[in-house]
Structures are given as C-alpha cells and as structure tokens.
Design a protein around this ligand. Structure first.
Ligand code: UFG
Length: 333
C-alpha cells in the first residue's frame, strides 16, 4: 500500500470527481478540490475537504494551490462531455478539454508535481471493429469530444517521455450509479444519460423515454453499452498510485464490467428496481451512436488488482435509484 497522498482533484465537484473524492477520503488520502462549478455541485463536497473555485487553465492560481496544499498528484475529471455539442461547437471542446488541460499540466511541471491521473473515454476508440475493446485497438474517434480526449492522451505520452511526467489515463465506458449511501449521485444539466433519464420517465418527471434506434444489429435491436459503477471507476484511480512512482510511467486502462446491457434491458431493470412502469417511445437512431461498446478490462484487473464490486447492472441501478429517492431534484433540492 502506498503512502497517503495530497491529491488535487480537478473537477472534484462533478459526477465522477465527487465520488473519487469520497473514495480518496475512505482510503486515508487527502483530497483537495478544484472546480469552477460550471457543471460541478458545491454540495457534493464535504465541508472538511479544502475547496477552490477556480478554472483549471488559470496557471497562477493553480500553481499557488499546488504549492500551498503540498500537492503530490493531480487527478483530472473536468471536461465538457456532450458528444452532440462537441460536433456543433468544437471550439468549446478544444478550449476546455485540451487547451485548459495543457495549462494545468504546465502548472504542474512548473511546480514539480509529476503524477497525473486522467479521465479518458471509450469514445477515443470511435466505432470499434472488434469487441470487447482492448487497449491496443486502434483509436479513431468519430467526434471532437473523443478527439480532444485522445489529443490529451497523446500529449501525456510526449510529456512522460520528455519531462518525466508519470500518468495513468483511464478510458471509461458508461459511468453509472451513485454512492451506496445515496448522499451523492448523478445530476447533469441537461441530463443526456440513459439511466437517470429512464428513472425520470419511471417517476413521471419525464413523459417517457425515447429509445434511440431499435434496428441495430444487436440481440434486441437496441444499443449495447457497458455500464460501470462510479465507485468502481474511482477505486481504479487510487489503485494505480503505486505505478506512478516510476518517473515517466505511461499507463492506459479500459474501465468497464465487460458485461453489456441493451437500452431495453436497462429499461426493464429500472422497472424491476423501482417497481414502476416506464413509458417507452421507439425513436430514430441518434447520430454517432455505435451499436455496441464494451470493455475488455483484464489489463486493469491484472495490473491493478481491480475487481468491480457492481458486476450486475441492477445493483448499479439500485444505487442510482437510492440517490434519486433521497434527492428527487438533484443537488440543492
Ligand atoms: N439512449 C436512448 N435514449 C435516451 C438516451 C440514451 O436510447 O434518451 C441510448 C443511447 O442511444 C445509447 C445508450 O442509451 O445507446 C447510452 O447513452 P448515453 O447517452 O447514456 O451514453 P453514451 O453511450 O452515448 O455516452 C457515454 C458517455 C460519453 C462518451 C460515450 C462514448 O456518457 O461521455 O459514452 O461513446 F463519450
């Protein structure tokens, strides 16, 4: 087990970041949160966690936080992540996801902080030719969102080689679920993700759930995705710490359960978990949705000892439902 670390969590008030902060606390580390609160929720961070409302691209401010808090490792979750918007407004995505990340890395190098954990995505693979997806598969993103994440991955490789930065980039599949105690969970504006939308349709907050495409070459005609619990994702970020002791280390890992669920299966699972009927409308395909995406995460299992604690999507949905029951309108009531 590694020593306890002072960790700056950039985007720590967002969905995945806030869960990671809780896991860092549970493991005895010292998280410090930086978030500009554009998408993050201040309420998701416990009062004892140092919090800085700041842009990650503000080099001077970030440099000061790195020094004042004696930061040893930076985790970076802050990004714009609406795939459709990235197609119509790519400037925003290159600016926020790539340029601002470059500024963050510069602040780190200027201040001698050389350990970095990065949120990447399965969207860097584009439309994979073989399944399940292994890390060595060619990366060919089909939208600017995926491209900006891949650009950061490539930048990290060069920085590891040239400047001795040690990093791990995690390619998430579909992050889902909420903290087991229902205290924090998913709250995006606008919400575009399937599980919270289906829950809203079950409770009547939305009129229905539209299934985007029922004619895919999959067993029930709807898209297959690999839903992985947000706390399982978070644990991998901590399990990788030891690997970053070696200067210039460069690691890439898929994080998914390897067990895909279809859109229809998610709707059925929400009905079972909530005991409510979900009104469904069959709709056209959504542009840019590959028929199936699921992970081979055996590298993370082998190298990090990573085992998912939520292999079953119903158990993941139960946590999302508990969060929803406790906080029907999300953060801030
Ligand atoms: N879906 C519907 N109806 C909806 C919403 C979604 O049928 O109202 C379907 C989608 O078509 C897709 C599945 O549900 O087949 C999951 O959709 P999400 O929007 O929840 O998630 P995505 O798979 O599109 O997106 C996720 C991450 C992105 C990442 C992408 C990579 O949230 O950040 O995977 O493909 F870019």
């Amino acid at each position: 087990m590694n020593q306890k670390m002072n960790v700056l969590v950039v985007g720590g008030a967002g969905y995945i970041g806030s869960h990671c902060v809780r896991q860092l606390q549970a493991a005895g580390h010292h998280p410090v949160v930086l978030d500009n609160l554009v998408f993050g929720h201040r309420e998701s961070i416990r009062p004892e966690v140092p919090f800085y409302e700041c842009d990650l691209g503000d080099r001077d401010a970030v440099g000061k936080i790195l020094r004042d808090e004696s930061i040893e490792l930076v985790m970076h979750f802050a990004a714009f992540a609406f795939v459709g918007e990235s197609v119509t407004e790519p400037r925003k995505y290159y600016e926020n996801n790539f340029v601002a990340t470059l500024r963050l890395l510069e602040s780190m190098l200027d201040n001698g902080v050389k350990k970095f954990v990065f949120s990447s995505t399965c969207a860097t693979y584009g439309e994979p030719e073989t399944l399940p997806i292994v890390e060595t598969l060619q990366q060919a993103p089909i939208n600017p969102y995926g491209q900006t994440k891949l650009d950061v991955e490539n930048c990290l490789k060069s920085f590891a080689h040239a400047y001795g930065l040690s990093f791990a980039a995690f390619r998430y599949f579909n992050a889902a679920g909420a903290a087991a105690d229902g205290s924090i969970g998913e709250d995006h504006t606008p919400e575009t993700h399937l599980i919270p939308l289906v829950i809203d349709a079950a409770t009547g907050r939305r009129e229905n759930i539209k299934i985007f495409g029922t004619d895919y070459p999959t067993p029930d005609g709807t898209c297959l995705r690999d839903y992985v619990h947000v706390d399982d994702l978070s644990r991998a970020h901590i399990a990788v710490f030891d690997k970053l002791d070696i200067e210039g280390a460069a690691h890439f890992y898929n994080l998914g359960t390897g067990r895909p669920s279809s859109v229809r299966e998610i709707i059925e699972a929400v009905e079972v978990v909530t005991g409510l009927k979900v009104p469904v409308v069959e709709d056209e395909r959504r542009a840019g949705d590959p028929p199936a995406l699921y992970a081979d995460a055996s590298k993370a299992q082998r190298e990090l000892g990573w085992q998912v604690q939520y292999p079953n999507v119903k158990e993941i949905i139960k946590t999302a439902w508990r969060w929803h029951e406790k906080n029907p309108s999300g953060f801030g009531g």
